[in-house]
Design a protein around this ligand. Structure first.
Ligand code: HMG
Ligand code: MG
Length: 298
């Protein structure tokens, strides 16, 4: 990996849609994924195998996974909370899975109905089972820069959890600022510690843009050495079990920032804006992106 190369993870078809009041049809979800891949996205999260009563927006991920036309060189990821989710992923032909837990007890309980210790054990079982079957695992840690229930988070705890999750066999971590609580300074400092601790290939950053600071935080993270970034096209998204969670940092805002810094990103900026335009005008979702209206006006 060259120092200017970015590995960009498009999480819109999962995080972007899981908090929408409308449940999209399977056909729209498949079309969204295929348009993103056409836009040059090489890592795309297509949905989640969580309990359909907990997140009805993701209920048809099995069907979505079966319907997408796989393209060579593209990694199609799906979120799995436990062994049951892993089994569903396997049956649907998904080979890249993302496990997840929080850095804080209260959000973990709200989101997964488990204590941190129970989740550490469940993620170990799930990751080891996935790796033994030749799957690749990403591990999310949520609430790393602030928790809706517990407030401030000790970043040393994030590093400890990260060590365990990587020790189980996860390929990399994604550090989730679930409610967009982090300041650019805090995100920059945390990312510098994580990159130093785990290495550049093992640290991704997943920002939600609650305070309008996510682009500034992404810049600080880039300067701190982060080269793996998550974004959701159109800036949609949020965790339904984190009160106050806003949309993700919009992919087009993120990619625009990274290109302006001289970084290389596979995804094409204009093509991402076309997808945002399709979601807004044809699918009828409300998008929250700064760059998209500017791009349209050009
Ligand atoms: P639970 O109620 O404790 O489940 O929920 P359980 O283990 O007691 O099982 C109860 C029943 O659910 C059983 O069925 C299981 O088989 C079934 P029964 O025997 O009664 O017929 N079940 C399942 N069914 C389908 N798929 C499954 C599954 N697992 C059990 N995977 C559970 C525990 C984990 C299932 C629930 O809490 C859950 O689904 N939580 C997911 C919540 C979620 O999706 N949150 C949003 C994603 S995380 C996020 O957005 C943050 C992130 O973006 C990063 C960031 O921003 O920080 C990643
Ligand atoms: Mg998220």
């Amino acid at each position: 990996m060259d120092t200017n190369d970015i590995r960009f993870f498009e999480v819109g078809p999962r995080d972007g849609l899981q908090n929408e009041s409308r449940v999209l049809s399977c056909a729209d979800r498949v079309a969204m994924i295929e348009k993103l891949v056409d836009a040059g996205v090489r890592d795309v999260e297509i949905g989640s195998f969580v309990h359909p009563r907990w997140v009805p927006q993701m209920a048809q991920t099995d069907e979505v996974a079966r319907q997408i036309t796989r393209r060579e060189g593209v990694r199609y990821w799906a979120l799995v909370p436990n062994l049951k989710g892993l089994e569903r992923a396997r049956e649907a032909g998904v080979e890249h899975v993302a496990v997840f837990m929080s850095a804080t007890e209260a959000h973990n309980q709200s989101n997964l109905n488990r204590s941190l210790d129970e989740s550490l054990a469940a993620l170990k079982r799930t990751t080891e089972a996935a790796v033994s079957e030749g799957m690749v695992v990403r591990a999310y840690i949520s609430t790393v820069f602030g928790c809706p229930f517990e407030g401030d988070v000790d970043f040393a705890r994030v590093l400890e959890i990260g060590e365990e999750l990587l020790g189980n066999g996860a390929e990399h971590l994604s550090l989730g600022d679930t409610i967009g609580a982090g300041t650019p300074l805090q995100v920059g400092q945390g990312c510098a510690r994580a990159v130093q601790h785990f290495g550049v290939e093992r640290v991704a950053l997943h920002l939600h843009d609650t305070q309008g600071l996510a682009v500034a935080s992404a810049l600080m993270a880039y300067q701190a050495g982060v080269r793996l970034f998550d974004g959701a096209v159109g800036g949609m998204g949020g965790c339904p079990y984190a009160p106050g969670a806003a949309g993700n940092l919009a992919s087009e805002d993120l990619v625009n920032l990274l290109l302006s810094m001289g970084a290389r990103v596979d995804a094409d900026l204009s093509a991402l804006c076309e997808v945002t335009g399709w979601l807004s005008e044809e699918v009828g979702l409300s998008v929250r992106s700064r760059y998209y209206p500017y791009w349209r006006s050009q």
